[in-house]
Design a protein around this ligand. Structure first.
Ligand code: CTP
Ligand code: CA
Length: 226
């Protein structure tokens, strides 16, 4: 059975991955964003390509070199990411949402740069919910297509992850603990791969490539059970 980068076990498979973090515009020069570097998503893209897959990487505001042999589609906001992911997912065998999608966006995007005025308090920023792209992709998935989510939790990691997996309706959810310098922007990660069938696969602390390979193992096992 293919383990790690042992063989082209993903040959002929179409893989779509989102990476990075969305930016929600406030005005022409400012946005609400997050600290996601995109490293885990890029590691997923590189490893899937190495295992023979045809890879599309929807990259939200990343500053990483494009992996060789991978189609990169840059996006900015959650809405743009959603459009790109739904289009690419229509052709995909597996969809992985590794991007950090902003839960909220400013209710209004003003056309001119917001100005400060002496003696005038700033306006509060009204927010609205963004669509849940992962839940949508799971609800719309084609027969045989796998949908994978990621979750970074600061507490109740496993219980929270299980609840999230069920709520999103995805096949697999990779949960990891964050905070205290773990995960964001680093090259290593430690996680548990939760499956809708109840399986839990712990992945020890190590390079993001190792976690990526463990996820592709879980995916390829579901396509061709041992
Ligand atoms: N996600 C998404 N669309 C959103 C928010 C999240 O597709 N609007 C995806 C992420 O890409 C990730 C998964 O959902 O794969 C879990 O993200 P997370 O932020 O942990 O989940 P939320 O449902 O937003 O829950 P929370 O309130 O804990 O942030
Ligand atoms: Ca969230």
């Amino acid at each position: 059975l293919a383990r790690g980068t042992a063989g082209p076990d993903l040959a002929g498979r179409r893989v779509v991955i989102s990476a990075g973090g969305t930016r929600e515009p406030l005005d022409p020069v400012r946005y609400l964003g997050n600290h996601s570097s995109g490293k885990q998503g890029y590691a997923l893209a590189r490893t899937a390509q190495a295992r023979g897959a045809e890879v599309t990487l929807v990259a939200a505001n990343t500053a990483l070199p494009a992996p060789a042999g991978v189609t990169v589609e840059p996006v900015g906001s959650a809405e743009e990411l959603r459009t790109a992911m739904r289009r690419a997912a229509a052709e995909a065998d597996v969809v992985v949402m590794a991007a950090a999608v902003a839960d909220f966006r400013p209710a209004r995007q003003v056309a001119q740069k917001i100005k400060k005025r002496d003696g005038v308090e700033p306006e509060p920023i009204a927010l609205v919910r963004n669509p849940d792209v992962l839940a949508e992709l799971a609800a719309e998935r084609r027969p045989g297509q796998l949908v994978v989510g990621f979750a970074a939790e600061t507490e109740n990691v496993l219980a929270g992850g299980r609840a999230k997996l069920a709520r999103k309706g995805c096949d697999l959810l990779v949960v990891n603990q964050v905070g205290g310098g773990l995960a964001f922007g680093t090259d290593e990660n430690e996680a548990v791969i939760l499956a809708a069938d109840g399986t839990e696969t712990p992945v020890p602390f190590g390079p993001k490539e190792a976690l990526a390979d463990a996820l592709w193992d879980a995916v390829s096992q579901r396509w061709s059970p041992a």
